[in-house]
Design a protein around this ligand. Structure first.
Ligand code: CO
Length: 510
């Protein structure tokens, strides 16, 4: 850790600069902060803004960097991955715009870390992380700040808190937020229970634990199974939501109903004029390439551009900085807007609560009316996990070879319209990102995407994203897996999945 921090400090020439510092509370968070504080003092950092108790959600860190004009921020987190002595830990650097450092910068950190021969550190006792205050040690001002209050003030500017308060006060509206024993607990308790009047106990698993209670803090039906089951029980509350380890992902649910991330983004954009912070209008939207195209239809209806980017929030950050987009999102439960430069879990939750308070309808009705108006994009991801990297690469290679000859071909009664290997030219910095996934478009609004994700040097996961558009309301209530059964079959045939991986069925369906 000392190696990486010194490499980072040397690369950004840290002397005299202001840094935001905090983490998601996982194992080693506090120890890491103490080491970084000692090194910051030794490297003559001008000012350190530290979240109280060492806690900072990723979106709150992004907000603080922007609000206090900091030069950057260090976030200690491994996002949605498990925490604990034997689990994951990570150090992330965000730049002065509040967004994740770009690859040019992270490559420089890496290069510096490979050559480093020293690090600067002072020997002082641990500083107090739990009391709000300002002190000066050496040339460094250390300020412990209330990041929950700062973040909640930002949310109050964006959303109609009075209206949401009325909704909770009505006595007939109940919500459940699962903080997954991770960083959003303190934020959610303050905002939802104290400020917005949700019942005590609406926030569950609200205390950040070093090992997240042994769980995997990833808000999806598998890892947030408790919330999922609760929302499918006969006496389910009206609204359910969860966020991940560092607070940037979100899952939205209604009674016996789950909103897919792609639909959630589309519905947020379509309802932007109902939310105070967005009444000036939407300048444009963006989604990562594999994400459902539901938002494209809303953008077309509004007459604004929809950017299709590679996976990674930095691509959105560039577009946000240039004011080319107002909203952005990705299929992996990430949604955000121009209010900061990260995806933001609680923000998405509050956006939904604001829509519910305005429209006085259930989550289910809002989603179904949206489908009625724009059509439904059936969408899901099939993962083939634990295949060897070699086999995975083979699937991609053989399909890549076929790409130029695919268009016009028929498969299982469907015509292939186009196929390519997605590449992206960033309209802001003109950087080129190649090999971002194989994209195959068929008739009837069908699209299949293949991506290989390497989890280690030997094992890989083949991710297949299935999508089909359904304009007819009477067919929109079908079960997703049933609606996509045909598409799943085509995806396996096209890529010779069973033949090349030995797996006849996906190991995970999200
Ligand atoms: Co995260």
């Amino acid at each position: 850790m000392e190696n990486f921090i010194q490499a980072l400090f040397d690369t950004i020439v840290i002397e005299g600069k202001t840094l935001v510092l905090g983490g998601d509370g996982r194992f080693y968070n506090r120890e890491a902060i103490q080491i970084i504080v000692r090194m910051a003092i030794a490297n003559k950092v001008a000012k350190l803004l530290i979240g109280r108790n060492g806690i900072l959600s990723t979106p709150a860190a992004s907000h603080l960097i922007r609000k206090f004009d900091a030069d950057g921020g260090i976030i200690l987190s491994a996002s949605h991955n498990p925490g604990g002595p034997a689990a994951d830990f990570g150090i992330k650097y965000n730049s002065s715009n509040g967004g994740p450092a770009n690859t040019t910068l992270t490559d420089k950190f890496y290069e510096a870390a490979c050559q480093i021969s020293y690090y600067n550190i002072v020997e002082i006792a641990d500083i107090d992380l739990d009391t709000l205050r300002k002190e000066t040690i050496g040339d460094t001002i250390i300020e412990v700040i209330d990041s929950v209050a700062e973040y909640s003030t930002l949310m109050e500017h964006l959303f109609d808190f009075d209206r949401i308060h009325h909704l909770f006060n009505s006595g007939v509206f109940h919500a459940r937020f699962d903080a997954m024993n991770a960083v959003t607990g303190p934020y959610a308790k303050t905002i939802l229970e104290k400020k917005l009047g949700a019942n005590q106990g609406s926030v569950v698993r609200g205390t950040p634990l070093e090992d997240f209670g042994g769980g995997h803090p990833d808000p999806n039906p598998i890892y947030a199974a408790g919330l999922y089951e609760h929302m499918f029980a006969p006496d389910a509350p009206d609204f359910g939501a969860a966020s991940d380890g560092d607070g940037d992902r979100n899952m939205i649910m209604g009674k016996q109903f789950m909103v897919s991330p792609g639909d959630s983004l589309a519905i947020i954009v379509a309802n932007a004029n109902r939310v105070p912070g967005y009444r000036d209008g939407v300048v444009g939207v963006a989604r990562s390439m594999p994400t459902s195209r539901a938002v494209d239809r809303v953008a077309a209806y509004m007459g604004v551009e929809c950017f299709e980017t590679p996976t990674g929030w930095k691509y959105f950050s560039n577009l946000l900085d240039q004011r080319l987009i107002t909203f952005c999102g990705e299929e992996s439960f990430g949604t955000g807007s121009d209010h900061l430069r990260e995806k933001d879990g609680l923000w998405a939750v509050l956006f939904w609560l604001n829509i519910l308070a305005e429209r006085q309808q259930s989550v289910n009705d809002i989603v179904q009316q949206h489908w009625h108006a724009f059509g439904r994009h059936f969408y899901c991801r099939h993962d083939y996990e634990g295949i060897s990297l070699k086999r995975g690469e083979n699937v991609i290679a053989q399909l890549s070879e076929q790409l130029p000859k695919l268009s016009g071909k028929h498969i299982n009664g469907h015509e292939i319209i186009a196929g390519d290997n997605f590449s992206y030219v960033d309209p802001v910095d003109n950087s080129v990102s190649e090999n971002q996934g194989l994209r195959i478009v068929l008739d009837n609004g069908i699209r299949i995407i293949y991506r290989l994700s390497g989890t280690s040097t030997e094992a890989a996961t083949l991710r297949v994203y299935l999508e089909r558009f359904e304009p007819k309301p009477e067919k929109q209530l079908l079960d997703t897996q049933l609606a996509l059964a045909d598409v799943a079959k085509i995806s396996r045939t096209l890529a010779k999945i069973s033949e090349l991986t030995g797996l006849n069925e996906p190991t995970l369906i999200v």
